[in-house]
Design a binder for this molecule. Structure first.
Ligand code: F6P
Length: 745
């Protein structure tokens, strides 16, 4: 249909032009042919006059003039010569043939003959008039007037007109046909070309050099691409296990030692002063949990905000420190922010704006212009650091999270050949919700500087693509999940994040679940015989801690047999306390715990143990191993790694996981008791079901969950992203080489 419209757009003007041309050409043609014929007839007249001249002068001797008349009558038998007249030297018509007009005197005939268009209409049709002076031996004898038939010229002109019209019509038809064929072919070519381009192969195939000497190169390149695709498919097979070694081998082979740079706000290790000493700790961060093992595997550079009060002491003069302490597997480059920058960029725009905007957890996002300006400024600061750390023009840059929505486009401007992978660790809302952000277009444009944009789930990818569709002029290929904006293409893909597995070396030394239980009971003075539940979160309103406590309360109301026999331990790592929203949330949670404890606990045995301080991984792990049930009740969560850590900790295949259906992890872990945390009855029932679940069922569920987390570990998360990056890098290099060879660069 589109082709047809295009062709019509071309054909209609063509028909109009040809008709106009015919309209102008025909009278011109007529005039031209007439002039040519007039010249011919003049020449013919001169010939006739010359031929008759001798005979004429003889005939004029004869006084009766009979001979002259006979001569003229014979001459007009020629089909072209229709009339002849003889003018005497004194200007009188003395002899004429039958069709010579009676009223045309000699003077009249001379006038007509000397006109530009020497034509006259006589009886029988138009004639061409010529006037020829004839001389004898005695001087001028008179003038011969010849009238040649012109009607044949009219007939010929009509014929010519007919042929010309036929010719123009034929020409028009030929051009139209050629146009239709060329348009069809080139449209198909364009469509196929564009499709191939979006599949990532278009740059290669159509541009392959046609010259035979370059054919081996083309075959070589094709073979290389096929090899890579095979390898990629092999990598994708779900039954293959991802390990740090496999990730390293991917980096060595597919990325051939290319530099990997990670950018995140949160640093993997924080140096702090404690009791007069410089100490180091791992922050409570899912992002750090996931990215650190990857960095260990690829020995790259990690750029992050230096937020600890001992951070400056730990770095060298280039603001770098080798990590993890004592292992020196990768470099951390710390970026320093002013108090104003941290307030505007981190607390303000990132955590009061984007965080509630993306989580849709009933907390109003706040957008301040000053925060936005700091956000942009800090993004530029980190982007400049990426450029400064890059050892080549095409490093692999792994951008982490909502703190750096603008950075991908900033890096792309300086390093156009970089492979930028942005992973958004939090949910992406629907277009309407996102649309309230005053800088929505700038954020989307910034993110589309990425080569690959990753979310935890397909659902978040779909929301993002729909948001771009709503607010930007971009080309979206749903089939391939790509967005082309400003001439560059971004692949939008889901990569569910996870945790380390195989478990780290230290897991061999873990105390048994029994020992952990004893230790936890003793440390927290939990009465013997109690069942215990555990929750481990940052102290954040998106985690559903309030709803969780309500479910505990309701469970005790509904199932009184568990009153006095149940303790719930909530670890809540302090987070973003500079924000009023977080402070008031924490107070509210404390009040809620106090109220429930007053109702169902005893002073020496509270139902809810709220541990609102930072806990190291070892301590948390002991809680996981000691617990009967772990509750993850996020109101909205990108993935949530606590549920995966709990499963990893339970090598005894015991313990039950309660998991919010609003956490990305719920899609991968259906063997958990999946609940709607807003539904207090359902969550309370699930808690009771978990606490009374037979050991066999626990084993079945936990066994299955463990094999899922084992298979879909963090190495698969990183490996899939990096394999996609390698594929796109190879495609870019191949297309550049082919373009260079075909002289297009
Ligand atoms: O969930 C998003 C996220 O960036 C996580 O990756 C991380 O666990 C958490 O937020 C950290 O928050 P913050 O760095 O503000 O303490």
């Amino acid at each position: 249909m589109k082709t047809f419209r295009l062709q019509l757009r071309f054909l209609v003007p063509l028909v109009l032009i040809l008709t106009g041309a015919a309209y102008l050409a025909l009278p011109l043609m007529d005039r031209l042919t007439l002039r040519w014929f007039a010249r011919d007839l003049d020449m013919r007249g001169t010939l006739v006059a010359n031929a008759l001249s001798d005979t004429l002068t003889d005939a004029l001797q004869e006084t009766r003039g009979r001979r002259l008349q006979n001569l003229f009558d014979r001459a007009v038998q020629d089909e072209r010569l229709v009339a002849i007249g003889w003018c005497s030297t004194d200007g009188k018509v003395v002899r004429r043939t039958q069709r010579f007009p009676n009223d045309l005197g000699c003077e009249g005939a001379r006038e007509v003959a000397s006109a530009k268009d020497p034509q006259l209409r006589i009886e029988g049709g138009p004639v061409h008039v010529s006037f020829h002076p004839i001389s004898g031996e005695a001087g001028p004898a008179g003038n011969l007037v010849l009238m040649h038939d012109l009607s044949f010229i009219e007939r010929r002109s009509q014929d010519t007109r007919k042929y010309l019209l036929l010719f123009i019509a034929g020409l028009g038809a030929a051009i139209a046909l050629a146009t239709v064929i060329v348009a069809q072919l080139s449209w198909r070519g364009w469509v196929n070309g564009a499709r191939a381009l979006l599949r990532g192969e278009g740059l290669v195939r159509p541009m392959l050099p046609p010259t035979p000497e370059l054919a081996p190169l083309a075959a070589d390149l094709r073979q290389r691409l096929r090899d890579l695709d095979d390898e990629y498919r092999r990598v994708q097979r779900p039954d293959t296990v991802w390990s740090p070694q496999r990730l390293q081998s991917l980096l060595r082979t597919e990325l051939r030692g290319d530099q990997v740079i990670v950018v995140s706000n949160r640093e993997p290790y924080i140096h702090e002063h404690k009791d007069g000493k410089l100490t180091v700790r791992r922050p409570a961060s899912g992002l750090v949990t996931a990215v650190e093992p990857v960095m260990r595997a690829c020995s790259g550079t990690w750029i992050a905000h230096g937020s600890g009060d001992g951070d400056r002491e730990a770095v060298d003069r280039n603001d770098r420190v080798a990590l993890p302490p004592g292992e020196d597997a990768y470099q951390l480059r710390r970026i320093w922010l002013t108090k104003e920058q941290e307030e505007g960029y981190y607390y303000g725009f990132a955590n009061e704006g984007l965080w509630p905007l993306c989580h849709v957890a009933h907390v109003r996002p706040v957008f301040r212009k000053g925060d936005w300006e700091h956000y942009r400024e800090v993004n530029q600061l980190f982007a400049d650091a990426v450029v400064a750390e890059a050892r080549s023009e095409d490093p692999v840059v792994l951008v982490q999270d909502y703190h750096f929505a603008l950075l991908p486009a900033m890096v792309r401007r300086k390093l156009p050949r970089a492979t930028i992978l942005t992973f958004w660790h939090i949910p992406w809302p629907n277009p309407e919700s996102f649309g309230i952000c005053p800088w929505r277009s700038e954020i989307l444009e910034g993110m589309l500087g990425s080569t690959i944009l990753g979310f935890h789930t397909r659902y978040h990818c779909k929301n993002f693509i729909e948001t771009v569709d709503r607010y930007l002029e971009a080309r979206i290929e749903h089939e391939h999940s790509t967005i082309t904006f400003g001439g560059a293409q971004t692949l939008v893909e889901s990569y569910p994040i996870s945790i380390e597995w195989p478990l780290p070396e230290v897991s061999r030394d873990w105390p048994t679940p029994g020992q952990c239980r004893t230790e936890v009971f003793e440390r927290l003075h939990i009465p013997q015989g109690h069942r215990i539940g555990v929750g481990v979160d940052r102290f954040d309103y998106t985690k559903g801690i309030f709803e969780r406590f309500n479910a505990v309360e309701r469970m005790l109301e509904k199932y009184p047999d568990l009153q006095g026999r149940f303790t719930f331990i909530q670890v809540a790592a302090p987070s973003r306390e500079a924000l009023e929203e977080y402070r008031s949330f924490q107070e509210r949670i404390h009040r809620s715990a106090d109220r429930i404890n007053a109702r169902f606990g005893r002073p020496d045995a509270p139902v809810i143990r709220l541990l609102a301080q930072h806990h190291g991984h070892e301590e948390v792990n002991k809680l996981y191993r000691a617990a009967d049930v772990c509750m993850v009740t996020s109101l909205h969560d990108g993935m949530n790694l606590v549920c995966k850590e709990f499963v990893a900790a339970r090598d005894d295949e015991r313990g039950v996981l309660i998991l919010s259906r609003f956490a990305g992890a719920a899609r991968e872990m259906p063997e958990a008791l999946v609940v709607n945390p807003y539904d207090v009855e359902e969550t309370a029932d699930a808690l009771y079901q978990a606490l009374t679940m037979p050991a066999g069922e626990q084993r079945e569920r936990m066994g299955s969950l463990r094999s899922t987390v084992h298979e879909y570990n963090v190495y698969r998360w990183a490996g899939r992203m990096l394999a996609d990056a390698a594929r796109l890098r190879l495609r870019q290099r191949v297309s550049e080489r082919v373009q260079r060879h075909s002289g297009e660069l």
